[in-house]
Design a binder for this molecule. Structure first.
Ligand code: ZN
Length: 326
């Protein structure tokens, strides 16, 4: 393995961002580093040899090692953001997550042996064909292999403040992509550390999982409204950044994108009632790998549940599978 090159960009005084490699199509995840006391990381990268070497190399460019990191603030539990939390904890850092994420996403890693069968059962109840069980089981085990969960963590809440780069930042709860997605807002600089709450080029996946809050899409519409009202001048984003500027314009695009998908699914389910799985194959008809089949199902389900909870579609169980109809 050659040590990957990691781009380091200074964002504000002692605040820098590293673009650390991940084995996903986005290619990198953003890890933000405050080199001032207490040395802080926002997100960790995933636990693969390349990502670990990349994070070490990026920190070395800032004159730091894992042992120097005192505090890690994790924006959400997804493996590319949280995967190395346990490694940094072991090296001496205190891990922070939003209180809501501790009650949702983090429980997935803590109770993984229980969650895996529940997760697969939820997928079958939404139409995953039985013959695809083993491939999904393998895929989830593969992802689990890239996460070292923290043993202990401290929680932050919406409205708390933290200090970074000599300034006071507000802790924000921006759910949708993950139930307890955290962001940090510095009003004077109009700078948001947004992670995956908003992204350029790709839409943050809004999925409903066995452990999710009931209506992640409604949560996300609220988040988009909040981001538009906040109107950041700059946002440090989790992928395809590291910095984006046209945040308000992007919130409008994402709003329209999800409204379009809702229209599409309402019509599709009215024409031909079906499970979330079946409708996901209508919405995403291309051949997909295991990861994308899983995301397509969770994304379709989030939209169908949003419609069903608003009374715009009916949901009924038929032979152990939920069917959505107009
Ligand atoms: Zn991400």
């Amino acid at each position: 393995m050659t040590v990957p090159e990691v781009k380091v960009t200074r964002v504000l005084d002692t605040l820098h961002v590293l673009e650390v490699p991940i084995p996903f199509p986005m290619k990198t995840v953003t890890v933000t580093v405050d080199t001032a006391f207490p040395v802080t990381l926002i997100d960790t990268g995933i636990h693969t040899p390349e990502a670990r070497a990349g994070l070490e190399a990026g920190l070395a460019q800032l004159g730091l090692t894992f042992g120097d990191v005192q505090r890690v603030i994790v924006t959400h539990h997804h493996p590319d953001h949280y995967g190395m939390a346990g490694v940094l904890e072991e090296a001496g850092a205190e891990i922070f997550v939003l209180d809501i994420e501790a009650g949702y996403g983090l429980t997935y890693w803590q109770g993984w042996d229980d969650w895996l069968p529940r997760l697969l059962a939820q997928m079958h109840a939404n139409g995953l064909p039985p013959e695809m069980h083993d491939a999904q089981d393998r895929f989830h085990r593969f992802v689990r292999g890239m996460v070292v969960p923290a043993r202990r963590w401290s929680t932050l809440s919406e409205g708390d403040t933290v200090e970074l780069a000599g300034r006071v930042w507000q802790v924000l709860w921006l759910p949708g992509h993950a139930d307890g997605h955290l962001a940090l807002w510095q009003p004077g600089e109009r700078l948001l550390l947004a992670a995956d709450a908003i992204l350029p080029r790709i839409t943050p996946n809004i999925g409903l999982y066995a452990y999710s809050r009931p209506d992640p899409l409604k949560d996300y519409f609220n988040t988009l409204g909040r981001l538009a009202a906040l109107a950041p001048g700059r946002a440090v984003v989790g992928h395809h950044g590291p910095v984006m500027e046209d945040v308000v314009e992007r919130t409008a695009q994402l709003q329209a994108h999800h409204a379009e998908r809702l229209d599409f699914l309402r019509e599709a389910a009215t024409e031909t009632p079906g499970s979330a799985w079946k409708l996901s194959r209508v919405m995403f008809p291309r051949p997909l790998n295991e990861a994308n089949l899983r995301f397509a199902l969770a994304e379709t389900l989030a939209h169908l549940e949003h419609l069903s909870l608003r009374g715009q579609l009916q949901k009924a169980e038929q032979d152990g599978v939920f069917i959505y109809s107009g």
